[in-house]
Design a protein around this ligand. Structure first.
Ligand code: UTP
Length: 276
């Protein structure tokens, strides 16, 4: 079944980028001239998705404004500069945007649950736009829709190998390799200490979830910080054999960290220099 909706949990405060993110959402920080959120939306479009569902908060209205027409600006740049808004205008014309506010930051699992009414009873994608993914061929989400088609009734998580000393920043999986780079997950732990890690296979910010996840989230207790973790909910489904981890082709930048954001800017700047 074609996945038609993508959820963007973008309610977080982006504290690692303060003071920049006091008034500007982290997702509006640019890689060269394009904000992170637009890269995420373009990846969803590349996977055939046309409805973008945003879980946001009341301080992040700039995200909504970015995906609305701006007639005065368009008038003032008509002529030589008019192409500068062409990509985002195309997105505005071809996609639907829906929004819901997450009143309190109670974790990614709770953010996804907050988006329930925007999604309906069908499989949906999740993109965390601060994980910026790029690939010269099919996008990471497009690759994942291919995996989802092969494993119906399963949730798909994108994974990559990370250095052992970094496993405490990620959800880490263990599983049985079914085919090259595709695992049936049988265990997962959120942010383990390196000595307790199940592996160095880390979940990154791309998911395809079945609607079953909502009933599971309702029964997933908060962790010691009061947050509901999507990893904990997925573990329930993994124990029923319903979670597949996919080692994607491509590159990922953790733009939620200053170093990753810098790396992404450098990478895209170099690419632009070769291909102006
Ligand atoms: P992060 O923890 O990386 O984002 O959450 P953050 O909280 O905005 O950043 P820092 O750590 O303070 O710098 C991963 C993703 O989950 C979303 C965030 O917006 C981000 O896209 N999220 C997290 C929510 O939407 N709601 C939450 O309650 C938690």
């Amino acid at each position: 079944m074609q996945i038609s909706k993508c959820l963007f949990p973008v309610a977080g405060y982006g504290t690692r980028f303060l003071p920049a993110t006091k008034a500007i959402p982290k997702e509006m920080l640019p890689i060269l001239t394009k904000p992170l959120i637009q890269y995420g939306v373009e990846e969803a479009i590349s996977a055939g998705i046309t409805t973008m569902a945003m879980v946001t908060n009341k301080y992040k209205s700039a995200i909504q404004q970015h995906f609305e027409p701006h007639f005065e600006l368009e008038k003032s740049i008509s002529g030589a500069k008019s192409g500068l808004l062409a990509e985002v205008n195309e997105i505005i014309q071809t996609c639907d945007f829906t929004y819901v506010e997450q009143p309190q930051m109670l974790g990614l699992g709770q953010a996804i649950y907050t988006g329930k009414n925007l999604l309906g009873n069908e499989d949906f994608a999740v993109i965390l736009p601060d994980d910026l993914c790029t690939n010269s061929a099919a996008s990471v989400l497009k690759q994942m829709t291919g995996v989802a088609a092969k494993y119906p009734d399963c949730c798909i998580v994108a994974i990559e190998e990370v250095p052992l000393e970094s496993v405490n920043k990620y959800g880490i999986i263990a599983g049985e390799e079914l085919e090259k780079g595709i695992f049936r997950v049988n265990n997962m732990v959120e942010k383990p200490a390196p000595e307790q890690a199940l592996s160095n296979l880390a979940i990154i910010g791309r998911y395809i979830l079945t609607p079953e996840i909502f009933a599971v989230l309702e029964n997933t207790p908060a962790d010691k910080n009061g947050e509901i973790q999507i990893t904990d909910a997925l573990l329930t489904l993994a124990k029923q054999g319903k979670v597949i981890a996919y080692q994607f082709q491509g590159k990922r930048f953790d733009c939620g960290s200053v170093q990753g954001f810098l790396n992404a800017n450098n990478y895209f700047a170099k690419k632009a220099a070769f291909n102006p």
